[in-house]
Design a protein around this ligand. Structure first.
Ligand SMILES: O=C(O)CCC(=O)C(=O)O
Ligand SMILES: [Fe+2]
Length: 181
């Protein structure tokens, strides 16, 4: 697991840099704010579920990070919203899935969009996935890279607190729209 985490951490930094450069920003921001101690790897296990159409493996959500690198096995179950429709991502254990997270959406001033996704369960098969989250330290302030800014600047701590508060109060994450200017 450690060699996977090390490789995927390097890949995440490279991808963040390339995406920043695409927006005309030669940024060391991700290297400075996303440290090994602030990023994490989550291992997901989805047991078989006899009523898959009624029970999600993971509820629809966007990731609260800069970007996520996901490896899924051959069972399949990852779905995402494209042009307003839920589509299944064809499982390919040889490939990695890269998802933009909320923080990249805010930093890029809505140029990159945080993708809504979920995991559905399988009636008979157990499924595994591994997700690496490129996250900054809680003190990091996320400020749009261009003007006029769609979102006010906020710290990652503030963002996480707001998400938690919304989940506790309303039962769901509201996300970036809480930070619209
Ligand atoms: O298991 C999957 O395909 C999705 C995992 C995921 O979205 C997450 O861990 O945030
Ligand atoms: Fe996710």
């Amino acid at each position: 697991m450690e060699p996977f985490a090390t490789k995927v951490a390097i890949l995440a930094q490279k991808l963040a840099e390339i995406l920043a450069e695409k927006l005309g920003h030669k940024s060391s921001f991700f290297q400075e704010s996303c440290l090994p101690s602030t990023c994490y790897l989550r291992l997901n296990r989805y047991p078989p579920c006899p009523i898959p159409s009624d029970i999600y493996g993971l509820m629809p959500h966007t990731d609260s990070d800069f970007l996520t690198i996901l490896h899924q096995d051959q069972v399949g179950g990852l779905q995402l919203v494209k042009d307003g429709q839920w589509i299944a991502v064809k499982p390919n254990p040889e490939a990695l899935v890269i998802n933009i997270g909320d923080l990249f959406q805010a930093w890029s001033n809505d140029c990159y969009k945080s993708v809504k996704h979920c995991a559905v369960t399988h009636p008979t098969k157990e499924r595994f996935s591994a997700a690496y989250f490129l996250c900054p330290s809680y003190e990091t302030v996320i400020e749009s890279c261009s003007m006029p800014s769609v979102y006010r600047k906020f710290s990652f701590r503030e963002y996480r607190q707001k998400v938690q508060e919304d989940v506790q109060l309303h039962g769901y994450k509201v996300g970036l729209s809480r930070f619209l200017v």
